[in-house]
Design a protein around this ligand. Sequence first.
Ligand code: ADP
Length: 625
Amino acid sequence: MADKQDSTRKETLGFQTEVRQLLKLMIHSLYSNKEIFLRELISNASDAADKLRFEALAQPDLLGEDELTIQIEIDKEKRQLSVVDNGIGMSRDELVDNLGTIARSGTAEFLEQMTGDQQHDATLIGQFGVGFYSAFIVADKVTVDTRRAGDDKAVRWESNGEGEFTIEEIDREERGTRVTLHLKDDGAEFVEPFRIESLIRKYSDHIGFPVSLHTEGEDETKVVNSATALWTRSRTDVEDEEYKEFYKYLSHDFADPLAWSHNRVEGKREYTSLLYIPAAAPFDMWNREAPRGLKLYVQRVFIMDDAEQFLPLYLRFVKGVVDSADLPLNVSRELLQQNPDLAAMRSALTKRVLDMLGKLTKGDDYAKFWLEFGQVLKEGLVEDLANKDKLAKLLRFATTQSGTDAQDQSLDDYVARAQEDQDKIYYILADNHATAVASPHLEQLLKRGLEVLLLTDRIDPWLVDGIAEYEGKALVDVSRAALDLPDDEEKTSLESMNEEHQPLLERIKGVLSDRVETVHVSRRLVDSPACVVAADDDLNPQLRRMLEASGQEIPETKPILEINVEHPLVSRLAAEADEQRFEGLSNIVLDHALLAEGSQLDNPAAYVHRMNKLLLDIESGTKND
Ligand code: ADP
C-alpha cells in the first residue's frame, strides 16, 4: 500500500545514462565559462514564472495576489547560493523526469561526438543547449526544493552529480522552487555580493520579472534588474550586448547570434517580434520531430514555447519571440492554426527573416551562415515559391570558376560573369565535388569559358526545378541530351556529323542495344571518348539513385551514349575489324562513361572480365611486336 510512510521515505534513483555523460562532459568543457550556470537557473526560474502566469489565466487561484519574483540568496559562511522562484514548481514525477532524464531524441548520438577537447566540446554543448545541469560546474551538491502550484505536497531532490539523486517529501509552505548550490572550493567567487550583482544584471536585465539579491546576515533585499522584457523596449534603447544576452537566455546557446531583427508592427494587427539567426546549427536540425519555432507571448503573457506556426519549416533554425496584442489569451496550438491573422503574420515574419539574411550577405558572416544552414534554406525553393526571388538571391554555389568546393558564389555573381550572348545558367548534378569537376559533360563548356554550377547536395535536383530560371536565364542541366550552347554554329553540322558517322553509330548501337537508348556524336566532349546523357524527360541519375536508395521502384530508362569522334579511342574503335573485340571495347567505353558520372555498373564482374581480356590482348600485342 502506498501509505504516507512510503511516500515520505527517501528514495535513491539513478540518472539516465545520457544525463550522467552530459554532467561529466559539461563540467569539463564549460569550466572556463562556469558563470553561465546563473543564467541557466535564472532562465528556468523565469520560465517557471511564465508558466504559472499562463496556467493562472484559466485558474486565477493558482497565482493569488502574489507578485512573481525571482530571488538570489547568497550565504558566504555556508558557501551557498540559491535561486528562488515562486513560479509553477514541480510535482514529484515532474521532478524525477525533468532533472533525471533528457527527453530529446538523438542525445546519445550527440554525446558520442564529444572528444574531450575543451574548446571543441564547449561549442558542441552550445548547440545542445545547457540547462539546469550546468549547476554542477560550480557545485558539488545541488538541492532542489519545490512545490507545484495547486499541490499540497512538496519534494526535495538532491544530488552530487555523480550518477544518482535522492527524492523525498518535505514540508514547504511556499509554492515554487528553490535551487541551492553547495559551491565547490573554487566557486567561492559566487558568494561575493558584488560579483553576483553584476552577473544578475548581465543575465537578467532583459527578463520581465524582478530579480533581487539577498545576502545572508543583511536586512536589505534589493531588486537588481530592470524587470522589463527586452522586446517591449524600443530598439534604440537596447544595446547590442543586451540583444546578445537575451538570445543566450532564450536559446540556452552560449555563442553569440549571427544576426537579429527586432520589430514592432502597428495597425490592423499589432505585434512585436525579435528574431535571431544562431551561429551554429543545433545537433538535431535534421530531426523532423525536434522542437522548433518561436516563443509566443500575448500581451506580455507567455503562452507557449516552440510555436512552429509562425515560420515555415525551412526557417526552423530561427529563434525568437513574438508578442501579439490581438491573439486571444486562451490560444492553443490548434486554435492558433485556425486563426485568421496567422497567415499574414507568418508571411510577414518570413519576409523579415529573409530580409535579415539579405543584409547578412553583405558581410563576412554569411559564409558561416551558409555553411551551417544553407542546405535547410534550399528547402525554401521547394516549399515556398512565393518567396522564390528573395530566396534565389540567398543561394550560394560552388562553380567551375570558383576553383574550390566552397559554396560561395551567388547567382548574381554567375550572371555578372556570363558571356554576352549566354541566355542560360548551366549546372551539373553529381554526388560529390570531385565527380562534378571531373565530369566529361563539362569539357566543351570549359573550353568555351562557360561557367557551370556544381551541385552536390541531396536537395539540389529539386532545387533546380524550384528555381527554373533566374534573371531571365533558364537553368540547364549540362548532362541532358539537348544541350544547347550559345552561338552554336556546330548545331546544324551535328546532324551532318551524325549522318557522316552513321555506320559507326549503328555498329556501336548494335552491340550495346541492351544498355543504351541510342548513340550520338557528341558536341560536349573534348578530352573524353564518351559520356552518357539523359533524355530530357528522364529522371537525372542523382535523383534516380536517391529515390532507389529510399526504396522506391523507378522504371528503367536507358541512357543515350554520346561519342567524341575526334578521340583516338573512338578512331581505334571505328578501325576494329574483329567483331568480338569491337563489342568488348564498345562496352568498356560505355562502362567508363557511366563510372565517370558516378553511376554504379549493373554488372561490375562483366566489366572486370572485359577489362582483363583487353589488358591481356595488349600484353600479347606488345609481345608479338
Ligand atoms: P530546459 O530548461 O532547457 O528544458 P533544464 O535541464 O534546464 O532544461 O530543465 C529541465 C526542466 O526542468 C525544464 O524544462 C522545466 O520543466 C524543469 N525546471 C527546471 N527548473 C525549474 C524551476 N525553477 N521551476 C519549475 N520547473 C523547472
